[in-house]
Write a protein that binds this ligand. Structure first.
Ligand code: PMP
Length: 443
């Protein structure tokens, strides 16, 4: 398998030849929060795949739901005015649980195309409002909003910007609130004030009547699990609304119990104008993403954009098998998984906090079952790990050998996002194996 992979599969993010030298790690099976590789090595999956298998592996009821749907109706396009019972019921169930009036849904295949869809919808909205000059977008440094070519310009990770003038000149950024490394310090109120000032300045610079939308993750994931102070997102949302700018929450990672509630926005007491989800929506069993849109935004587009707003769709939008899986996954979340995730999240955070005494640990942060541990060489000076001396790949490899899957971000942050079904013993194993990995890294 390793040879066939070397010969035929492309792994852009793993760097082409480097990946070929090391060879792919092949997973063979998985149950609960444990994955087994092709050589029989068992690991606790501390990252739920790619922060997506929130429900855990091996749920027979999900398999049954998919099989039932495949037998009855494996495909119905959501492209035109066609549909399936599964997709319609899923939309209704999700609208029922979404914050505020986010009652309109558009289903995609994953997170990147959900973000892309919002870019189109934002355009339709301002066109319908008779303000087509509102065509400038703002997002945040260290933010991640997918890797489609347009969405990658909202993403603020330089590796995603090669070619085609990315980010586009209509895609702007403000600094991340990043409490651990914010030049204004770690005080919540000061950080919020600083973000508001930079956003106001950015809006002025672009032109107040030019800004169409602002994008934020409630917790920045791929940028290194950066947790803004509570109240930050509400303050930013309020400023956007004050300036007439659409506010879009990207909950692709934070949705579906990752931080505790079904949606992190609910915890922050905000209703965005649009919200993107994916990952935990189907818990990774099949691909699916979604855009939630408020009734207010929907009505403007539906009434005003007319024929200018019809050119968007995917063959697999509202796929009935994905929808059937999502409906079953939702039942599992509400049948005990959210509750277990809440308990396990408390244990995870307490365990990671106990690593603060380790010489390499500079910061521990997170919410619920989403956490980051930032490694430094000097705690007082917060000196980042030199990327060349301690590449993330080596830490990842050591953790793997110790029976733990985590994400090691290149800037020296370890990422945690275990399945919500984790037992106490599995959480404890995540902590013990992390400490062992850090000790080996120090040695
Ligand atoms: N938005 C956020 C916040 C994400 O974390 C991701 C993926 N990590 C995406 C969008 C893109 O989702 P996908 O990989 O499913 O296209």
């Amino acid at each position: 398998l390793i040879e066939l992979d070397r010969a035929h599969l492309i792994h852009p993010v793993a760097s082409y030849r480097g990946h070929e030298r090391q060879g792919v790690r092949v997973l063979k099976s998985a149950r609960g929060a444990t994955v087994t590789d092709a050589s029989g090595h068992q690991l606790v999956d501390g990252f739920a795949g790619l922060w997506c298998v929130n429900a855990g592996y091996g749920h027979e009821s999900i398999v049954e739901a998919a099989a039932r749907q495949m037998r009855e109706l494996p495909y119905a396009t959501g492209y035109f005015d066609l549909g399936s019972e599964a997709a319609i019921r899923l939309a209704a169930e999700l609208a029922d649980r979404a914050p505020g009036d986010l009652n309109r849904l558009y289903f995609t295949l994953g997170g990147s195309d959900a973000v892309d869809s919002t870019i189109r919808f934002v355009h339709y909205y301002w066109h319908a409002k008779g303000q087509p000059k509102r065509d400038q977008f703002i997002s945040i440094q260290q933010g991640y909003h997918g890797s489609s070519t347009v969405g990658a310009g909202l993403t603020a990770l330089p590796a995603f910007h090669a070619g085609f003038g990315l980010p586009f000149d209509w895609q702007h950024k403000i600094p991340s609130p990043y409490p651990y490394r914010n030049p204004v310090g770690e005080d919540a109120a000061t950080i919020i004030d600083a973000s508001l000032s930079t956003l106001k300045a950015k809006i002025e610079e672009i032109g107040p009547d030019r800004v169409a939308a602002f994008y934020a993750e409630p917790i920045q994931g791929s940028g290194g699990v950066i947790v803004p102070p509570k109240g930050w997102i509400k303050a930013i949302r309020d400023l956007c609304h004050h300036c007439g700018i659409l506010f879009i929450a990207d909950e692709v990672i934070t949705g579906f119990g990752r931080t505790g509630p079904l949606f992190a926005c609910a915890d922050e007491d905000i209703v965005p104008d649009m919200m993107t989800v994916a990952k935990g929506l189907t818990s990774g069993y099949v691909p699916m993403g979604a855009v939630f849109m408020s009734d207010g935004v929907y009505d403007v587009i539906a009434d005003g954009a007319g024929e200018a707003a019809v050119g968007h769709g995917y063959t697999y939008s509202a796929h009935p098998v994905s929808a059937a899986v999502a409906l079953e996954v939702l039942k599992l979340y509400e049948g005990g998984l959210l509750e277990n995730g809440h308990k396990a999240g408390v244990r995870l955070m307490a365990g990671l906090e106990s690593l603060r005494d380790h010489p390499l640990v500079g910061d521990v942060r997170g919410r619920g079952m989403l956490a980051g541990v930032e490694l430094v060489t000097d705690k007082a000076k917060k000196t980042p790990l030199p990327a060349a001396a301690m590449p993330a790949r080596r830490i990842f490899d050591r953790a793997w050998d110790n029976g733990l899957v985590i994400r090691a971000f290149p800037q020296g942050v370890l990422g945690y996002a275990p399945p919500l079904c984790c037992t106490d013993a599995e959480i404890d194993a995540i902590i013990e194996r992390t400490r062992k990995t850090l000790d080996q890294t120090l040695a």
